[in-house]
Design a protein around this ligand. Structure first.
Ligand code: IPE
Ligand code: IPE
Ligand code: MG
Length: 243
């Protein structure tokens, strides 16, 4: 890992441990070309695969991609269907990552997804659980508020059953009950497409994240853009409330 890092960054560059990516701008990318939105999603999925590989080469240990939000169900049914079909197709291809020693995890409420998709998600997680070159996290039917609500319900059940008392509820406990339990907080959030908002992505985990915004639309996002984001991150002075 440190070998390949040298190819990209000069000594002293601080590479974020956990990068979050809001894959935005697929629809506008397609519209600019007079194509249907689903064509943009297809191109965006290709970018996702390429960027995953570059992230590993750069020495990033965790990368989370926001693929479908709890709010995205509001889109027209045919667009939702084409995105879900793409997931299924790409889950078969995500298997290639398993061969590259990449661990795959999913965050979000999967109970609303097609059972066949859920089954594939479960299998790829199981098959890759011992891999450690990088962890790839896919946020599907994910919403930060939904995640916190889910964690609170779980904790309330534990209190109700007497396993926990209210005094046991600490930040660490809440964190461990999130979908991202065991994954470190996100260090850098990248959002392409010109929008400058979180849109319900990792709202607990991003309390001290750095942000990188660019006008590039996701299907055009390149290795160079990822490098630029990491270099910008490396220049930041993170204080975490200290001096
Ligand atoms: C992001 O691209 C992909 C998903 C939200 C699934 P968009 O579909 O939001 O693209 P724009 O923002 O309309 O261009
Ligand atoms: C955020 O993008 C969700 C994903 C990229 C999956 P949206 O396009 O849904 O966000 P808004 O609607 O612009 O805030
Ligand atoms: Mg969008």
């Amino acid at each position: 890992m440190s070998e390949s890092k040298k190819d990209y960054f000069k000594n002293g560059t601080s590479v974020p441990v956990h990068v979050g990516v809001i894959m935005d701008g697929n629809g506008r990318w397609a519209k600019k070309r007079g194509m249907p939105r689903k064509y943009g999603h297809r191109e965006g999925a290709k970018t996702f695969r390429a960027i995953t590989r570059y992230a590993k080469e750069m020495g990033i240990k965790y990368i989370t991609f926001y693929a479908f939000s709890t709010e995205n169900w509001q889109r027209p049914a045919d667009e939702v269907k084409s995105i879900m079909d793409l997931f299924e197709k790409y889950l078969d291809e995500v298997r290639d990552f398993v061969d590259e020693n990449i661990r795959v995890r999913f965050i979000g409420d999967r109970s609303k997804l097609n059972p066949r998709l859920q089954d594939k998600m479960h299998r790829v997680e199981e098959d890759s659980k011992d891999f450690d070159s990088m962890t790839l996290i896919l946020a599907i039917n994910y919403g930060g508020r939904d995640e916190i609500t889910h964690a609170v319900k779980e904790i309330a059940k534990s209190v109700e059953s007497g396993q926990l008392s209210p005094e046991d509820i600490t930040q660490e406990l809440i964190q461990s009950r999130l979908y991202t339990g065991g994954i470190p907080d996100v260090d850098l959030i990248i959002r392409p497409s010109g929008e400058q908002r979180l849109s319900n992505f990792l709202i607990w985990q991003s309390a001290y994240a750095e942000y990188y915004f660019t006008n590039i639309l996701w299907p055009d996002f390149s290795k160079k853009d990822l490098e630029n984001a990491v270099l910008a991150y490396s220049e930041r002075n993170r204080r975490f409330g200290g001096v």
